[in-house]
Ligand binder design. Structure first.
Ligand code: ARG
Ligand code: GLU
Length: 661
């Protein structure tokens, strides 16, 4: 009896793939399908990914290289986030037709708006090519062959597990993608930067496009003769709603995670890099916010800049908190020590942990210098353009711009001395303070002075660029998104190979690298603080509670207020916790990251229940270590999307081409 209990306990402790961590390769999903089905999924591996029949992958696209989108009709209708369609919506907006502010609803195919340089990519197939490369074929040859297979085909060979495995991805790219619908920003961006990375959330973060193709359904450049693309597969939409515990699956293109890095790299992130970048950005945001508060024109001028600085700034704060709370540095260190002990008598792996640590020592200062330079001097403009100068608010920007220059020069002082540019040392010696030095250079750039007066600024710029190139050369790689080097990469190839031999119970999945992945989990709230549980669903009542015409981020359209007052929700009204309301957003445990924006959130039957658009900020350490207790992704409930299209946009005709279940 006692024995059985112990065995049972041991089995529980060793349970692989703890909870819902993981971003799985679709072509290998059969390895996970039993676990998925045990958690409620009702379809097969072939339904998710198949090269023999239409499968879910045929309804998912990489949207313009940074987001995900999904097909929701047999006529090429595509759904993604508002923040993913933002550039396209903005480009079509003018003072007379301000689609960003008022929304855009094409009332017929003829009104759908073409977008230059907007593309989507479907995955035709993926296959492992590790053996072909080992046999002497080059990645470039494999890619060329694949591209020749069809019109609009793109291909790439991507490294998994630091090159232990290589996969060919073959895509079909469509370049005629037209804007169909976007809600007003006061819905699509409701909550703005205030609510960004925050739960409870009430953002209707969606927009709609349509993929167009030639008459024979092939990719084609924009032409009025093109017709709506007929996808092999589109998602049916479930209008039945979600509840806590329901199975969820996310199919999309996560961009960048680092789940296997050593404790040294985690410590670098949590103790050195993130805190420094957060501090530098706090200063920039203070300056910009002050300018925005002083002047309505400046509020608009700096809006996009503020949003992009604040997005990573908030994310990093959650990452540091999460890593510290989880004790990731200590747990990784213990893990490495165990591995190193196992590797003692294995020549291939014996020194790899020590070698990795030595390489980190060699490159850490250089990489930190790279990051600090990018966050400071590299953010300053080479010139103020004639277009900017022509803007009505240009002169009023001067105090803010000057403050940003001073701030950048001051904060660049965080850069380790050996990696500072010679100009900076000379300038500091001459002007005695970063502020005086910044003022001298700023004045020339601001005035658009002659080349003699501009010389010191030009020289500093060129030297800065040269220093960044030098660092990149030192690290032996151009891909500097993470603390990284050519040598580290090679060592990690060995380390991961060793880990997979040693840690048999661990469910390994390759780091995100903007290739198609499946993540599965369930709708779930979480304990936000001691005694404070956050429910997984928000509603229209919460929007009304936040609504405030005085606060830009919370000023909803009058039409939404009217709908709330009349309770004229039509079929979208639902009783939640005893109140008749409209569902807005929900939380789930799917392991996601940047790039998963716009990804379809699917139920156990593979029907669309939401669109992924964010995580809670304290979840963001899941890029390094996933914690099932706290990591949650945020989705907009598909019923809110349909409600807004139908009731706010008056574009209910779009629903007719969808498959509503
Ligand atoms: N945090 C989300 C992401 O990382 C949304 C960003 C856009 N929204 C915003 N309010 N800035 O992309
Ligand atoms: N908003 C992110 C994106 O644009 C997704 C949020 C995350 O990092 O999980 O991809």
């Amino acid at each position: 009896m006692k024995r059985t209990l112990l065995t049972l306990l041991a089995a529980l402790v060793l349970l692989p793939a703890l909870a819902d961590e993981g971003m799985w390769l679709p072509s290998l999903i059969s390895e996970r399908i039993d676990d998925m089905r045990a958690k409620g999924f009702r379809l097969t591996a072939e339904d998710i990914y198949s090269i023999n029949k239409a499968s879910m992958k045929d309804a998912v696209v990489l949207f313009n290289g940074g987001c995900t989108g999904e097909l929701i009709s047999p006529e090429g209708l595509l759904l993604t986030n508002h923040h993913c369609g933002y550039d396209a919506i903005q480009k079509h907006s003018t003072v007379e037709h301000d689609y960003l502010t008022n929304g855009f609803w094409a009332m017929s195919r003829a009104e759908e708006l073409p977008n230059e340089k907007l593309w989507v990519r479907f995955l035709v197939r993926m296959e492992e090519v590790t053996d072909r490369i080992a046999a002497g074929e080059t990645a470039a040859q494999i890619v060329e062959k694949a591209k020749a297979e069809g019109t609009g085909y793109k291909a790439s060979v991507e490294q998994m597990y630091y090159g232990n495995q290589q996969f060919l991805f073959v895509y079909e790219q469509f370049d005629d993608v037209r804007l169909v619908a976007a809600p007003p920003s006061s819905i699509g961006k409701f909550g703005g930067d205030t609510d960004n990375w925050i739960w409870p959330r009430h953002t209707g973060d969606f927009s709609m496009f349509r993929v167009y193709a030639s008459k024979d359904n092939r990719p084609a450049a924009y032409s009025p003769q093109n017709v709506p693309y007929r996808p092999k597969k589109h998602f049916s939409i479930s209008t039945k709603g979600v509840k806590e515990g329901d199975f969820t699956m996310i199919y999309g293109f996560p961009g960048n995670t680092q789940e296997y890095i050593l404790s040294d790299a985690v410590a670098y992130i949590a103790e050195r890099s993130d805190p420094a970048k957060i501090a530098v950005r706090t200063g920039r945001l203070d300056i910009i916010t002050k300018a925005q508060e002083s002047d309505p024109a400046l509020r608009i001028h700096y809006a996009a800049k503020h949003a992009s600085i604040a997005n990573a700034w908030k994310k990093w704060q959650g990452e540091v908190l999460g890593i510290n709370r989880l004790g990731t540095v200590a747990s990784k260190r213990a893990y490495e020590e165990e591995f190193a002990a196992w590797a003692q008598d294995k020549p291939e792996y014996r020194s790899v942990v020590a070698d990795l640590k030595a390489e980190y020592d060699r490159i850490m200062d250089a990489y930190f210098a790279y990051e600090i330079t990018r966050e400071t001097l590299s953010t300053l403009p080479a010139a103020y353009t004639p277009e900017e100068r022509a803007e009505e608010c240009f002169a009023r920007r001067k105090f803010a711009e000057q403050a940003l220059w001073r701030h950048a020069f001051r904060e660049y002082g965080r850069c380790p001395k050996v990696y500072r540019t010679p100009s900076y040392a000379e300038g500091m010696a001459r002007y005695k303070s970063p502020e005086a030095y910044a003022d001298a250079l700023f004045e020339a750039v601001w005035e658009g002075s002659d080349s003699v007066a501009m010389q010191p600024a030009v020289r500093l710029r060129e030297e800065t660029k040269r220093m960044l190139d030098h660092i990149s050369w030192m690290l032996g790689t151009k891909s500097l998104r993470n603390l990284n080097s050519k040598i580290l990469n090679e060592l990690y190839t060995t380390y991961i190979k060793g880990l997979r031999e040693w840690d048999r119970e661990r469910a390994f999945y390759p780091d995100a690298n903007l290739t198609l992945r499946v993540a599965y989990g369930s709708v779930a709230g979480y304990e936000y603080a001691d005694g404070e549980y956050h429910k997984p669903q928000t509603t229209l009542d919460g929007i009304i509670a936040k609504d405030n015409p005085e606060i830009y981020d919370y000023d909803i359209p009058q039409s939404l207020r009217d709908l709330y007052a009349s309770k004229n929700y039509g079929r979208w009204g639902t009783v939640i916790d005893g109140r008749r309301t409209v569902p807005v957003c929900f939380l789930a445990t799917n392991h996601t990251t940047g790039g998963n924006s716009g990804s379809p959130v699917l139920n156990a039957g593979g029907e669309l229940i939401g669109i992924n658009f964010d995580r809670t900020w304290r979840s963001t350490m899941s890029d390094i270590a996933y914690d099932p207790a706290i990591c949650r992704n945020i989705a907009v409930d598909i019923r809110y999307v349909l409600f807004v299209v139908d009731r706010v946009g008056g574009a209910g005709y779009l629903l007719k081409e969808m498959t509503l279940k």
